[in-house]
Design a protein around this ligand. Structure first.
Ligand SMILES: [Ca+2]
Length: 246
């Protein structure tokens, strides 16, 4: 637990020192900019008759306050603690000047039992006419500990310090989930399709494939969660977007 506490304190100090840039030899820095997407005009010619019949679908990022510049406004907090070892979860925003001023800060400490700290939005968005639906986010992880980090063991909920999970209704009426995670300490045999492994103390961007290519095909995005899950973790997340192109 000393290691966990030290990591949390280190992260807090880092955050307090606005815009601190951990300089570590040999560690690649994240991208210089990860700008917010802008609502784009449709570039594909649309049949006029069809366009009149289809209600307007928003383009660009459809989640509100994805950069957390308004704190947690627009987000519902997800604070899940198991009965055996509830531990301590933190879901808050923290200062980071170079990331627009605020980022999401999620932590958990426990006596080796899995729990979640995160945020949720429920757009209930009809995407049946969308050309593309993608998730984007950035994560900065300083610590993680668990029994299934990287999600290699299907018997357990996938663990990782920074994850996204999209809940959607498919064309066949079924309820489906799609997820991805960023982690720094994956276990042997981790899920390479679902998890991106990065180094600690760097901002790492992720952009999903087009979720409209999933089978069965999504027709409505019900909910999007950004969170950490595991025995313990300390992470920052920012620019948590759901990008829709019609
Ligand atoms: Ca931000």
């Amino acid at each position: 637990m000393k290691r966990a506490a030290a990591a949390v304190v280190a992260a807090a100090l880092c955050i307090l020192a606005f815009g601190c840039k951990p300089e570590r030899a040999g560690v690649p820095q994240g991208p210089k900019e990860w700008s917010a997407p802008t609502g784009g005009a449709a570039t594909t010619p649309v049949d006029a008759t069809t366009a009149e019949q289809v209600p307007p679908l928003p383009s660009g990022n459809v989640l509100s306050n994805g950069g957390f510049e308004a704190g947690l406004a627009g987000w519902e907090v997800w604070d899940q603690r198991p009965k055996r070892s509830p531990g301590n979860n933190v879901i808050e925003t923290a200062r980071w000047e170079e990331r627009g001023g605020q980022v999401l800060h999620i932590t958990r400490t426990s006596d080796r039992d899995g729990g979640a700290s995160g945020v949720v939005q429920r757009p209930a968005l009809d995407v049946s006419g969308a050309k593309s639906v993608k998730v984007r986010y950035l994560a900065y992880v300083t610590y993680e500990e668990g029994g299934n980090v990287g999600g290699g063991d299907p018997r357990w909920f996938p663990e990782g310090a920074a994850q996204v999970r999209v809940y959607y209704t498919a064309a066949d009426g079924s309820k489906q989930e799609w997820y991805h995670g960023i982690c720094i300490a994956p276990m042997d045999g981790y899920d390479r399709e679902r998890f991106t492994v990065t180094k600690d103390n760097v901002w790492t961007p992720y952009e999903s494939p087009n979720l409209m290519d999933l089978t069965p095909r999504p027709v409505r995005i019900d909910e999007v969660r950004f969170y950490g899950f595991g025995w313990g973790f300390n992470a920052l997340m920012d620019d948590c977007f759901l990008i829709v192109e019609r």
